[in-house]
Design a protein around this ligand. Structure first.
Ligand SMILES: Cc1cc2nc3c(=O)[nH]c(=O)nc-3n(C[C@H](O)[C@H](O)[C@H](O)COP(=O)(O)OP(=O)(O)OC[C@H]3O[C@@H](n4cnc5c(N)ncnc54)[C@H](O)[C@@H]3O)c2cc1C
Length: 335
């Protein structure tokens, strides 16, 4: 192994917690790498709810998720970490290098990474949207059938069909009212999983809401021309024009190969100590993926866990270093 290929810390998961951890690792002068399975950084903020407002991040009375992600990315890249996207880590092997315990990680495309410590900030795992098994659906995916909303301007003055009954479906039905020409939401039951206030707002909005309906078929050649929905109680069908379909059917998340690494896992979450250590030497974890007594799955707590993990990793790889980093406001150069 070329010693230049050895990183102090590799952060698996470039979501909000991994990004803040990367900033902190730079602050502590650690050679840092971030690896993420998705094509862009930001985790759930970017992939699942970029246009939603967040109200409970300290110092931001309100912030749109994609703007928070943009700021976190800017902060994380300040110290120039190496970033590897579109890559999952499949295998993990402990190794010795110059008498030091290190890890060799093998990525999904065969790439090899060497690191002194690994920080797992993999959130809910590598996630993929639940898809609808419908003829024609695949050919429209990404252009006219969407599982994520990255840029709501593509819905400007369009007829949108939203499928789902959870928070994402209801929130988008409300959020797109100022953009779309018409929003129709269908849900296969008459009870929503979404927040009560959101459902009440939906029912009082201009959106057309159809309960007990499921998407039956999609017609169109190069673009969607019409959709047919079917009432699952009466079998009655309705056909109408839609330009875009937004499918909010939930996500399947999987820890994948991480489950086989010997980590102590409780109900799908990785158990950590108060220093964010897992049961395996030199592997730490933080954010949505971890569990400990009193754990809350929030951005606010995840950021704190990132700082705790990175500062403890610092003393793990350099026992002479102090765990407490000092205050950034009192550092001599710009951190
Ligand atoms: C709709 C919605 C609204 C929310 N609103 C709020 C809110 O208002 N306030 C709040 O505090 N929290 C909110 N949350 C929760 C918040 O987004 C999460 O707590 C936060 O994203 C957790 O950050 P994380 O970095 O731990 O994980 P994530 O954001 O899940 O990021 C994990 C990253 O790891 C990557 N990854 C996973 N597995 C692998 C692998 N094997 N290899 C490589 N990469 C991998 C993923 O691709 C992802 O990019 C909301 C969540 C949702 C879904």
């Amino acid at each position: 192994m070329d010693p230049n290929d050895l990183y102090d810390i590799t952060i698996l998961g470039g979501g909000p917690v991994g990004l803040f951890a990367s900033f902190y690792a730079g602050l502590r002068h650690m050679k840092t790498k971030i690896i993420d399975a998705l094509p862009e950084l930001g985790g759930q903020l970017t992939a699942l709810y970029p246009e939603k407002y967040i109200y409970d991040v300290a110092g931001f009375p309100t912030v749109i998720a994609k703007d928070l992600a943009k700021n976190l990315i800017e902060q994380a890249l300040h110290h120039h970490p190496t970033v590897c996207l579109n890559e999952r880590i499949e295998e993990l092997h402990p190794e010795e290098f110059e008498g030091q315990h290190i890890l060799r990680l093998t990525g999904s495309h065969g790439a090899i990474h060497y690191t002194k410590a690994l920080l797992l900030t993999v959130g809910i795992g590598a996630f993929a949207p639940r898809k609808l098994e419908l003829e024609n659906a695949e050919k429209f995916e990404n252009r006219f059938i969407h599982y994520f909303v990255k840029d709501k301007s593509i819905f400007q003055d369009k007829d949108i069909l939203i499928v789902g009954g959870g928070d994402s479906a209801v929130d988008w039905a409300l959020n797109l009212q100022d953009t779309a020409k018409k929003v129709t939401l269908i849900h296969r039951r008459d009870e929503f999983r979404a927040h009560e206030d959101s459902v009440e707002a939906l029912m009082n909005s201009d959106a057309v809401v159809k309960l007990w309906f499921e998407l039956d078929s999609i017609r169109g050649d190069t673009a969607i021309e019409s959709v047919t929905i079917r009432n699952n109680k009466t079998n009655e069908t309705e056909t109408f024009h839609a330009d875009h379909i937004l499918l909010n059917l939930g996500f399947m998340a999987s820890l994948g190969p991480l489950k086989n690494w010997g980590l102590e896992i409780e109900k799908g979450d990785i158990k950590v100590t108060s220093k964010m250590e897992t049961n395996i030497e030199c592997i730490y974890a933080a954010g949505d993926i971890v569990t400990f007594p009193g754990k809350l799955k929030l951005l606010a707590t995840g950021f704190g866990e990132a700082a705790i993990a990175v500062n403890n990793i610092k003393t793990y790889i350099d026992p002479k270093a102090r765990t407490f980093p000092g205050h950034s406001s009192e550092m001599k150069s710009t951190p």
